[in-house]
Design a protein around this ligand. Sequence first.
Ligand SMILES: NC(=O)c1ccc[n+]([C@@H]2O[C@H](COP(=O)([O-])OP(=O)(O)OC[C@H]3O[C@@H](n4cnc5c(N)ncnc54)[C@H](O)[C@@H]3O)[C@@H](O)[C@H]2O)c1
Length: 295
Amino acid sequence: MVKGKKWKQPPGTAQPRKCFRLASERAICEVLCEYGQLGAGLLAQVVFGGATGIGRAIVRRLARRPGQLIVIDKNEAELAKLPAWIEGPARLACVTADVLDTDALTALPERILADGAALDVLAFNAGIYPTVTVEESKPKDWDLVSGLNARACYFAIRAFLPSLRRSKRGTIVLTSSITGNRTGATGLAIYGASKAAMNGMMRSMALEFAKDGITINAVEPGVVATEPVLKGLGPQNEAKMKLLIPLGRLADPDDIAASVEFLSSENARYITGQSIILDGGMTLPEWPENIDFNV
Ligand SMILES: NC(=O)c1ccc[n+]([C@@H]2O[C@H](COP(=O)([O-])OP(=O)(O)OC[C@H]3O[C@@H](n4cnc5c(N)ncnc54)[C@H](O)[C@@H]3O)[C@@H](O)[C@H]2O)c1
């Protein structure tokens, strides 16, 4: 147990807009230690890859719950902007870390959790989706993409498993993708493999962790209007893409975050080993004419 000044905040009260940085990790430990002992409606939640895009929307949603919310991301500049994004009672703590470094990843619980602290929610959203054809790809492309999307996801869960167990209501939500699980795309073979790996590990983990009351599920977004995607598509392809989506628009990051919020909530307590497709109907049509209804 980390000694130090205790911080107490009645659930639902206003928060000072402060985000702990590396220098204040001790303060993070103190707070988590307290929550680890207190439980009772206060949650300890960790989001990997929460600085931008879908992850930031997840952080915004999870911040509505009272307790400690820790965001781990390698983008320190964007992490620093997070306090301005959130509203709600959660106490926000930001930790800069590159989760491709497995040693650093494995050391995270010790760095940010006090001894005996429980973790209630782990959302793994960190991911990259560079395109490279099979012919042009190199071993380092495979290592980078699968190293982050699959390997880091696996070792993040492994590292935090003891603290999730202590929660007795631990829940894990992965940001997977329709790519690799439902669809394919030129240049996304490695990415698709990494996202299929996430779904694959999720199912076996669901069985392994069930005895500890831990659930694990995934969301599979279609095309989400985040900065890398909009930049990659450009305005012309974005317009074409909309024509392929029955609901007639790209997903907003919050569309995905809403399902992550649900899957990590009490309302989803009997769901484990499942994934939800969040694609606006994109993977549904049996033939191209079916897509006409949104034009
Ligand atoms: N945008 C889409 O259309 C879409 C569709 C399906 C799935 N996804 C998945 O959603 C997730 C988020 O994508 P996004 O579009 O919001 O992209 P994004 O780039 O905005 O978000 C990714 C986050 O992960 C962080 N990150 C990247 N590498 C990291 C590392 N090595 N260590 C720690 N943090 C790291 C980034 O800093 C960023 O904050 C990814 O897993 C992606 O595969 C996105």
